[in-house]
Design a protein around this ligand. Sequence first.
Ligand code: NAD
Ligand code: MG
Length: 393
Amino acid sequence: MQRITILGATGSIGASTLDVLARHPQQYSVYALTAHGRVEELADACRRFRPARAVVGSADAAARLAQLLAADGLPTQVEHGEQALCDVASSREVDTVMAAIVGAAGLAPTLAAARAGKKVLLANKEALVMSGQLFMDAVREHKATLLPIDSEHNAIFQSLPQHYARDPQAAGVAKILLTASGGPFLNRAVETLGAVTPEEACKHPNWVMGRKISVDSATMMNKGLEVIEAHWLFGAPADRIEVVIHPQSVIHSMVSYVDGSVLAQLGNPDMRTPIAHALAFPERIDSGVPQLDLTDMAALQFYKPDFARFPCLALAFDALRAGGTAPALLNAANEVAVQSFLDREIGFRDIDRVIAGALDAVPHGPAPSIEAVLEQDARAREAARAQVSTLRG
Ligand code: NAD
Ligand code: MG
């Protein structure tokens, strides 16, 4: 029996994880579920999976959840706050942690899971982008197992040799080919992008996801964050990572080898596949995803990305090349810009302007500790908010 904590259980990845777990009650049990605010949804999940512990964002939310669960006679212990998140991610009662909180808020508990030597299923790419080297050091030092949930990275993981040691050269890897759908605005006239609404940006052609990652997909910052994520997960320098636009999202990414071979992982675009893969690794379990029918499919297309249409992708490559705290600054400024766009304070084309402005205002430096990263994160948020005010002014 694998005992699991799901950080971010009420989100899109959280729901897909619960769906896979429900198919295999003999193999997995839920130790803890966490959510920020959606108390009713978390209460529902607690009724179905009967975790020992549940964590929410505030004392108010905790009181409401405790009341709901007590009414049903559930024994689940209710807690709140960041320390509680770290506790349920690192408890001795847990084997596996699904890190599916969105954004920098997931860093502390995801790092706590790594430091406790857990099997960490990483969906929360922002945590790794922020803390890159420090996170990978913690994984190695505490003998944690890190398995990628992001569909592209899961595909790359599956296309690499079994005992790959984060050294592309040694494994004969020429390039990592990171596929991207191009999002909802791939073919939209560039002049009209300034006027798109949050609703349009969140309508992804192939995937149903949380709002933040949906906007990131529309700007292609998501792919930029994934380039940085691939760098840390697979030890590949920026010039060995290539982004390929593939609007059908059937090939989830590829690895190109020096002998001319290209290995890929294909499947229907459904996050339950990478989730089931990582949960059961190195075995395989049913995920509920229908088998891919290649004869049912129209042509598969591939294009080079247009960096003028998607300036966020260029900003991310620059941050990776700059190193140190640059990716953390990029991530923090992006979180502020995306939230401001979702709140209709700025337009879609302002997102990259806010990020570029914040990066100009806060010089990056070395990232010797998590404290240093968090301090830079706070400064970038402040600078991004100043940019938002200027644009609104
Ligand atoms: P979501 O918005 O649907 O869910 C986010 C979850 O995090 C919720 O359970 C929410 O309660 C929790 N949360 C939000 N803010 C929090 C805070 N401050 N403190 C504690 N918990 C908080 O997001 P999602 O689409 O499920 O994405 C989750 C992560 O997985 C993101 O990092 C995203 O980039 C990554 N990811 C998602 C997909 C996808 O298909 N949805 C694919 C690949 C990677
Ligand atoms: Mg992805």
